[in-house]
Design a protein around this ligand. Structure first.
Ligand SMILES: *[C@@H]1O[C@H](CO)[C@@H](O)[C@H](O)[C@H]1NC(C)=O
Length: 404
């Protein structure tokens, strides 16, 4: 009796603790760390004088502020070496550093420039595919240091390639001339910013920040599946080049692959290592069914693949495609396919995972495939098929690439 009770309690508490694990189907889109700010006190104090602005513009993006009062370039180098930005997988970094190096840390202009370049490399190494906005050191209310700031900014702007690294000098917005600052934007020390200063920083940076964050090249997509997806690069390549190449899509699909093969690719061969996509597209399972697999096994495999995506890509969103209709396949295969699609549809959470079913675009209500869209084998698609696929999918994919 007592033992049974214990067992019940055990099972009950197991249930509770499983219930507390993040369920596969309902994690919230994880924004934390998509954007990272690095710098000294002027960045740090987004938390104080700049807080109202930060809360409005950057907090909703999951921006992380690593700025620390008193820091020099060497402090940032040490901080990064000590794991300060590990595992963020940020898409955008904003770096503004150097005023302490020049003011009191005794760092030469040449060393400051070198260190800045080193920090840019380190940020890039820690965050695959990251874009960086390097801000010029802000002017200060004293001619000598202002002059040195200008010289350094003149040099560090050359780090910008306007592809991965962008430079923005806000001198004009903050200064009226050498050694002159716009006092309302600063504290009395003519170094630190007032709330109005943070407003001007955000406004001045806004158009670059927004365009870099949402630029197509920053919205990399990873795509996995079987021949239906791999033939985007042959039969469908003209559409691919117009629609998916521009948003930097990497197609890992392999002809003949089952869900087991996809697992082998990502877990065994680790092909996704070092990537940091904004979205993942998955269509797999058709070959499993052709080879006699049953729906529950396919569903379990797909769940495992989804979990892998979520573990690996902390900010990416998933577009999960339902199996496409096929011609001339046994009734039992069609039935299993429906079971799979229903299970996949139930994973749609409208948040980090969207399910897209294109059945109605490829077959009528009696499961008769639209012949124009298929090759004679009734499985693979024609160019027209890829056109329909794109027209259906593209509008569902692009919202997943936006930062919001
Ligand atoms: C892909 O589909 C979208 C949305 O339907 C469409 O606007 C776009 O022109 C298509 N791209 C190509 C290359 O056909």
């Amino acid at each position: 009796m007592g033992l049974l009770k214990f067992k019940e309690i055990f099972i009950f508490s197991l249930f509770i603790s499983l219930g507390q694990l993040k369920p596969l189907d309902a994690p919230k889109y994880n924004k934390n760390g998509q954007v990272v700010f690095l710098g000294d006190s002027i960045t740090d104090w987004w938390k104080n004088d700049g807080k109202v602005v930060w809360d409005q513009y950057y907090e909703p993006l999951g921006a992380v502020n690593t700025g620390i009062s008193g820091w020099t370039t060497q402090n940032i180098i040490d901080g990064i070496n000590n794991g300060m930005i590990d595992n963020l997988n940020a898409y955008l970094a904003v770096l503004k550093i150097g005023t302490n190096d020049l003011a009191w840390a005794g760092v030469s202009e040449a060393d400051l420039i070198t260190n800045t370049g080193r920090i840019l490399e380190m940020i890039t190494a820690k965050n695959p595919g990251v874009r960086i906005i390097l801000l010029g050191i802000l002017p200060r209310g004293e001619a000598d240091i202002h002059e040195r700031i200008r010289r350094v900014n003149q040099a560090t702007r050359n780090f910008a390639d306007n592809n991965r690294i962008f430079f923005l000098d806000m001198e004009e917005q903050f200064s009226t001339g050498l050694g002159q600052v716009r006092q309302e934007l600063f504290w009395d020390d003519r170094l630190h910013l007032s709330t109005q200063g943070y407003v001007v920083w955000a406004q001045t940076m806004d158009s670059l920040f927004t365009s870099v964050l949402n630029a197509p090249f920053a919205a990399k997509v990873v795509w996995m599946g079987d021949s239906l997806s791999s033939q985007w690069l042959s039969t469908g390549v003209s559409i691919w080049n117009g629609a998916y190449a521009p948003i930097q899509t990497q197609n890992f699909a392999v002809s003949g692959h089952t869900s087991d093969d996809t697992i082998q690719l990502i877990e065994g061969q680790n092909v996704l290592e070092g990537l940091n996509p904004k979205a993942v597209v998955l269509l797999v399972g058709g070959n499993d069914l052709q080879r006699g697999a049953q729906a529950p096994q396919v569903i379990a495999n797909i769940e495992r693949i989804l979990q892998h995506f979520r573990n690996r890509f902390s900010h990416a969103r998933i577009l999960l495609l339902g199996l496409l209709p096929a011609g001339g396949v046994p009734e039992s295969v069609i039935e299993q396919g429906k079971i799979i699609n229903d299970a996949l549809a139930a994973k749609n959470n409208g948040d980090d995972l969207r399910y897209l079913d294109m059945r109605n675009q490829f077959a009528d209500q009696n499961e008769e495939i639209f012949k124009d869209l298929y090759q004679p084998d009734g499985i693979h698609l024609t160019l027209q098929g890829y056109e329909v696929w794109n027209n259906t999918m593209f509008p569902n994919l692009t919202p997943l690439l936006q930062f919001n």
